[in-house]
Design a protein. Structure first.
Length: 422
């Protein structure tokens, strides 16, 4: 959508903030849709990086590292997040866009309403414009001329006797001479600092947020690989810092308005009553500088807080373990190649031969175990049925006292059988 242009006769602060906010929303939404459309450079890069991710995953499986269930689920979730952030505007708008652009204003409104700060109900631009109008009016009418002041050439405003003039000059010598041009310059500087700090802080956080939202599909690609995941983390930190900076800026400006609005209204009322306010320029300049530095400190604090964001340790540990396993396998393969290169006479053994040797070794081990378990079982003749015929005979061990057993039947000789037969 087309954002309204600034009008030279309209309210400067309100129109500028409205234009900046409109541009931030337009850049964030239109930029994302331009990068996520099929055929764009980011879409082509997404296809290529997904291909590389799947190829790397398959290469690990070829090296013998079968992924566990946890690793497979993690890879699927990672691909799903990247596709949702880089191609789906509805998901991106709900999860990222609305959170980054609308959440800061809602948080600032909640905090400001609880603290009774001006501009808490969404009228921050109107309050800033009202203060700027008051400053412009004060610059126009000036601070007023003190009663005992003298003009720039050292002449008294009225005819005085020489003794009175001497007393007047002695009193004025204890403080700076009043200069209306100097007061106007100080008031102008105070207004400049006020506008620069307020508009600069609000415009910075809004435009940076819009630009980062527009580049969301591009930075989502870096989540696929562990080596580039830090770029995605940096994007999240910058986006979180901009959103937190928006909350900080709104709260600090609301506090500044709470201080300046009643104070400036009282000064303007005194000037309308023809009361001089010679101390106002310095005080207003100091007040503008103090809140400008406060805004800068708040933005730095928000950036520091956002810098501490990290992806959860559990996800990082799983990813690091996958990388370590892959590096170990690659190192083992490279070591085997180096060993073959150093001993060219030794034939390189394939993986199938290594598996066959391992199976043969296991079979031999089972055969030896079976033979040892059957050792010691003898037949009636005292031979081991498992022992080969050409081997030595194993003599059974007979307990003491059982070498001659008691007969259970009567002994009949051959002669007795012949006598009974006759």
């Amino acid at each position: 959508m087309a954002c309204p242009s600034l009008s030279p006769d309209g309210p400067f602060v309100r129109d500028l903030l409205g234009y900046v906010d409109c541009q931030a929303q337009t850049i964030g939404a239109s930029g994302y849709q331009a990068l996520a459309v099929p055929g764009s450079s980011v879409s082509i890069a997404l296809t290529g990086m997904l291909t590389l991710f799947v190829a790397a995953f398959g290469y690990r499986m070829l090296l013998g590292q079968t992924p566990s269930t946890r690793d497979a689920v993690l890879a699927i979730v990672k691909v799903g997040i990247v596709l949702a952030l880089a191609t789906s505007w509805s998901a991106y708008r709900t999860v990222v866009y609305d959170v980054a652009l609308r959440t800061p204003a809602e948080l600032a409104a909640s905090i400001g309403a609880a603290s009774a700060l001006p501009g808490a109900n969404g009228g921050l631009e109107a309050h800033l414009q009202a203060v700027d109008d008051g400053l412009a009016e004060l610059v126009r009418i000036g601070t007023g001329r003190p009663d005992d002041a003298v003009d720039n050439v050292g002449q008294a405003p009225q005819t005085l006797t020489p003794a009175q003039q001497q007393q007047q000059f002695q009193r004025l010598g204890q403080r700076p001479r009043w200069d209306p041009q100097r007061d106007a310059e100080l008031l102008g500087n105070a207004r400049t600092i006020y506008l620069t700090s307020a508009l600069g802080a609000l415009a910075a956080v809004r435009l940076v947020t819009g630009l980062l939202l527009a580049l969301g599909p591009f930075f989502a690609l870096f989540l696929l690989f562990d080596a580039t995941r830090g770029v995605f983390e940096g994007w999240l930190r910058a986006l979180g810092g901009a959103a937190l900076g928006g909350v900080t800026t709104a709260i600090v400006l609301a506090i500044e308005l709470a201080v300046i609005e009643p104070w400036l209204a009282a000064i303007l009322a005194e000037r309308e009553a023809e009361v001089a306010t010679p101390a106002v320029p310095i005080e207003l300049l100091a007040l503008s500088l103090v809140f400008a530095l406060t805004l800068l400190a708040g933005l730095i604090a928000a950036a520091k807080i956002a810098h501490g964001f990290r992806i959860p340790v559990a996800v990082r540990a799983v990813s690091d373990r996958l990388v370590t396993d892959l590096q170990t396998t690659l190192g083992r393969e490279s070591g085997a190649r180096r060993g073959t290169a150093e001993h060219p006479d030794t034939p390189e053994r394939s993986r199938a031969l290594a598996i066959a040797d391992a199976a043969a070794t296991a079979q031999r081990r089972e055969t030896v175990t079976t033979a040892s378990s059957s050792f010691g079982r003898m037949d009636e003749r005292g031979n081991n049925p498992q022992t080969p015929a050409r081997g030595p005979t194993v003599v059974p061990i007979v307990p003491i006292g059982q070498s001659a057993r008691r007969r259970t039947t009567a002994r009949v000789s051959a002669g007795a059988n012949r006598r009974e037969a006759l």
